[in-house]
Write a protein that binds this ligand. Structure first.
Ligand SMILES: *Cc1c(COP(=O)(O)O)cnc(C)c1O
Length: 432
């Protein structure tokens, strides 16, 4: 499969090139040259297939021929070795829990898949690849964990000092080995600006082989489509109209679901639920795309003012808003509404949602007001423990600490303080 740049000013590249580059030379996002629907027998027989087999058939065309089939199966086995339960909540509503992986955030699947692909590619590369990533919380932990010990790949994570939670900080500063955490005296935006400068730095080019590990990278973005197939497998009455509600920040997860739909997955509608960072809901109403600086919320992994993957969603619909609107809606919710939904869910059903999942739930309920007959699945993207203070305070209850989190709380932090871009560059040159 080849990938082209959405800016249309770069040559097409192989899957391998797209993964190693991250972004095209013209700064465009890579997009697969075609999406070939899967056979109808695949959907008919899906209940008889293992999760790995489902993932294998969904992903095969996107990584072939650079990842041989045998290797793809091995990578998927390592990527998907935890549960993805579909939990019934109330009539017509279920939660797909994506948080049972090693760092308890849904980003584990994409991060692990990308790590294993890069690890495989680096076997015949003599130059090491350095993955450079800025994080406001969840991405750093998932990337650190996914890439730990992968040969030929170094990971450098920038995070804003004092602005991530204790659990999140430990998840990215306690692993050692090929993972280095740079603690930036500044905000998340400062971290992101430094990463951007490094990618544009001529002096680094040729000396350090840099790639990114956020959802612009096709190896992190595409494997997220697997969730939607697994949900369909677990859905009991497949004659119902299926709707997915996805808590969205950079819109990578929901866009992967829309690719699954192109592969033939019978989804009748997608709902992108956001917090008050409502660039996309506004666009769906006005047709004007107006990015803005992000505002902080309790669902902070979705505090994004200019969602990077939305261009891919538009591209799927040839930039035609009416076509997109026939299968995609987007709604925004305040922190107050999110807390009320968390409390209401807990009181009525006993279900504990994290703030991101609760935004997804709100999006689904809003859609069901005018489409009450559909079967809705909202994605639960983080374990409530990762947002412990908000959840405990809102529900007035104490959460149990899962074993993955207990393990990290005992470890000691190691980070390198960084203030300026010059310091980041010196660091990258000194270790390469
Ligand atoms: C990253 C993240 C999201 C948003 O996912 P996108 O693919 O960026 O839209 C939602 N919830 C949690 C917990 C996340 O970490």
């Amino acid at each position: 499969m080849n990938y082209y740049s959405l800016e249309r000013n770069s040559i097409e590249v192989s899957f391998k090139e797209a993964v190693i580059r991250g972004i095209a030379p013209d700064r465009g996002l890579y997009f697969p040259e075609h999406i070939r629907p899967l056979r109808s027998s695949f959907f008919r027989d899906i209940n008889t297939l293992s999760n790995e087999e489902i993932a294998f058939r969904a992903m095969r065309q996107f990584v072939s021929p650079e990842i041989p089939e045998k290797i793809l199966r091995e990578i998927l086995a390592k990527t998907l070795d935890f549960d993805f339960p579909l939990v019934h909540i109330e009539k017509g509503v279920a939660a797909l829990e994506l948080y049972h992986g090693p760092t308890m955030a849904f980003k584990d699947v994409g991060a692990r898949f990308m790590a294993h692909c890069l690890g495989y590619f680096s076997q015949d590369n003599n130059q090491e690849v350095t993955v450079l990533v800025a994080t406001s919380g969840d991405t750093g932990g998932a990337v650190a964990n996914g890439f730990l010990g992968v040969e030929g790949v170094k990971v450098v994570i920038l995070y804003p000092s004092g602005k991530v939670s204790d659990i999140q900080e430990r998840q990215l500063t306690t692993l050692g080995n090929n993972i280095t955490a740079l603690e930036v005296d500044g905000t998340f935006d400062d971290c992101q600006a430094m990463v951007k400068s490094a990618f544009l730095d001529d002096e680094l080019e040729g000396r350090v082989r840099l790639t990114s590990a956020n959802s612009i990278n096709v190896a992190r973005w595409l494997p997220q489509m697997i969730y939607y197939f697994l949900a369909y497998k677990m859905m009991q009455d497949k004659r119902q109209q299926l709707v997915f509600a996805v808590p969205s920040g950079n819109f990578g997860n929901i866009c992967a679901g829309m690719v699954a739909q192109r592969l033939g997955l019978p989804v009748s509608h997608f709902v992108a639920a956001t917090n008050i960072n409502d660039t996309v809901p506004q666009f769906m109403e006005s047709g004007q795309y107006e990015p803005k600086p992000s505002s902080p919320t309790i669902s902070n992994a979705m505090d994004v003012g200019d969602p990077s993957n939305f261009v891919r969603i538009l591209h799927l619909y040839n930039d035609q808003l009416p076509n997109l609107a026939s299968t995609f809606s987007s709604y925004s919710f305040t922190d107050q509404m999110t807390r009320e939904a968390m409390a209401d869910l807990y009181q009525r059903t006993g279900y504990i949602a994290d703030p991101h999942g609760a935004v997804g739930y709100l999006g689904l309920k809003k859609y069901q007001e005018s489409n009450p007959e559909c079967f809705g699945i909202f994605l639960e993207t983080a374990h409530p423990i990762k947002f412990r203070d908000v959840v405990e305070d809102t529900l007035n209850t104490e959460l149990e600490v899962p074993k993955q989190i207990k393990a990290v709380l005992d470890k000691d932090k190691t980070s390198i303080p960084v203030k300026t871009y010059e310091e980041l560059r010196s660091y990258l040159l000194s270790v390469n």
